[in-house]
Write a protein that binds this ligand. Structure first.
Ligand code: SAH
Length: 234
């Protein structure tokens, strides 16, 4: 899989891609991520990428020319399944969307900045608009990283054997049960006995029960959406 990220601020994105699981996934060849600096496609001597909004108002707007130039160049090189614009008025990111996108071959993710981007980019190029939640950030870089991380950790081989995406919250329509590590007792607080029992069936049953309990308490809406037969923890 390949993801091309287009941004006016690659400095936010690049260091995160060179860290931890995202770095390892690239080294293992699970994913290729290429970051494009919008200023490389900017206009004139000052590599201008934005301008004041027609009709007035606060904030700068990313212009059409650099975004069209960058995306048209990429599209001349390969076919893209989706051209995604990160925006607070897009569809809300869910584990299901991350899963769906993790099955694609080539994605472009466009991070906006300032006041946003010229509407004609959205009308003519963008195929999907995704929000990471009902709040407004100053740029699309963090949202793009959130989306990339959610996708990449689902790709086969991205996580080592020690970490498993399949048992995470939302994956089976349930939140994760509580987890513990050594020591078995810390400042008088004990790990639930069953986890120390070595009885794998009892442990699985406990985990499922805890997951259902936590989901019922915190996110009853998830229980309504899920068939009980999907509840498989491991
Ligand atoms: N004026 C716009 C907000 C612009 S914020 C509006 O009210 O809709 C600047 C950029 O940050 C946007 O172009 C977008 O790429 C990004 N952004 C901000 N909040 C976001 C969110 N919740 N999800 C995804 N992208 C977001």
């Amino acid at each position: 899989m390949r993801i091309d990220v287009i941004t006016a601020v690659p400095q936010i994105i690049t260091p995160v891609l060179q860290t931890s699981i995202l770095k390892k996934a690239q080294e293992r060849g699970v994913i290729e991520i290429v970051v494009h600096n919008l200023h490389d496609y900017g206009l004139g001597k000052y590599r201008q990428i934005d301008d004041v909004p027609f009709g007035g108002g606060a904030g700068m707007v990313i212009r059409c020319e650099p975004v069209f130039a960058c995306i048209e160049q990429l599209r001349a090189e390969r076919q893209y399944d989706e051209i995604i614009y990160m925006t607070p008025d897009g569809e809300r990111l869910t584990q299901g969307i991350a899963q769906e996108l993790s099955l694609k071959r080539n994605l472009i993710i466009l991070a906006g900045h300032y006041k946003g981007i010229d509407q004609r980019i959205r009308d003519a190029l963008v195929t999907r608009e995704i929000s990471i939640g009902d709040y407004v950030l100053s740029g699309g870089e963090l949202p793009a990283l959130v989306l990339i991380d959610a996708i990449v950790r689902l790709l086969p081989g991205a996580l080592g054997d020690a970490e498993s995406a399949l048992t995470d919250s939302f994956q089976a329509g349930l939140l994760d049960p509580p987890i513990y590590t050594r020591p078995a007792e810390f400042r008088g607080m004990k790990v639930p006995e069953v986890l120390l029992s070595g009885d794998h069936r009892a442990i699985e049953a406990w985990r499922l029960e805890q997951a259902i309990k936590k989901t019922a308490e915190r996110r009853p809406d998830l229980l309504e959406e899920t068939e009980p037969k999907q509840w498989q923890q491991d």
